[in-house]
Design a protein around this ligand. Sequence first.
Ligand code: HEC
Ligand SMILES: [Cu+2]
Length: 316
Amino acid sequence: MLEFLQRLKFPLPQASTFAPKVDLLYDFIFYSSVFLFIPTIVAMIYFGWKYRTKPNDNREVPYIDGHHTFEWFISAFVGVIFFIIFVWGLIGFNELHNPPAGTYEIGVVGKQWMWEFNYSNGKTTRNELYLPKGIPVKLVMSSPDVLHSFYVVNFRVKQDVVPGMYTTLWFQADQLGEHDIFCAEYCGTAHSNMLAKAIVLEPEQFKAWLQGSDPNQLTQLEIGKKIFNTRNCVACHSVTGVQTQAGPTVKGLFNRKVNLSDGTQVVANEDYIRTSIINPATHVVKGFRPIMPAFQGLLSENDISAVIAYIKSLKE
Ligand code: HEC
Ligand SMILES: [Cu+2]
């Protein structure tokens, strides 16, 4: 029965350590209101019925001065209940505003109209907040445009996100799965679409996710392909096997034996490809003029590794 009432009042999962505590305080407020409401209404109806005017009733209404003892009692009683709620709320407020030491920090940017999450290792996600289960997390939030409000009902937490300052929020999620994130402050046309998901993973899973590749991030091979196209390597090197005057095709290059203009032969391993990119003059391919620009200092080591991964994938 109690559980049924519970579900009737809070049909939402209690997915953080705060949730049962917040719900308990609400329970107290709810039941003490019921406790005062029902006798008041019953007494009102009963007296209204008992002292109603009957036909041919010419009695005069007597003047009643009230009952001081009862009034003092009822005021004190309600006062005590209010005081309990105040102290209880204050304790909860303190807990919600003082994260324990060693929380895991995540940066949050709320903007028209999406949520962006920045993790310590440089990873960024949009509209998906990944969280470790059972570990206290602190969000450091800001906004580049207008007021927003970060609200996760299942965690029972809500905090304004304010332009020009950082606001913080902490909680400890303890239920695996997805939980809705809302913007709870009207912020313009698409305010109601400013939705995101909190995705709670087991700590090991979270770690693996954090270190693994971002679902929105390009793989190394895709990055390599992008560089190859945007840095105009394709202008001189075909990736389809077609040979041109401009430069040798890179299709099937990896591990191929390359004849150089000085008469020697080398195997095109990672190191050869790397040198060919940063300093092409080191070994010029037979039959080609040394017209390739040196990319030393223009591509980072990561870029070069990515390009090599891409060239490796272009098998014959
Ligand atoms: C202006 C034309 C041109 C551009 C642009 C160019 N290359 Fe080259 N590249 C050449 C030529 C010509 C050669 C062959 C002569 C030599 O080895 O220097 C070559 C050689 C190479 C080789 C050795 C190929 C083999 O068959 O042994 C690699 C690898 C290579 N380039 C990669 C790249 C990458 C990666 C880029 C873009 C970041 C690039 N090149 C941009 C013209 C170009
Ligand atoms: Cu908003």
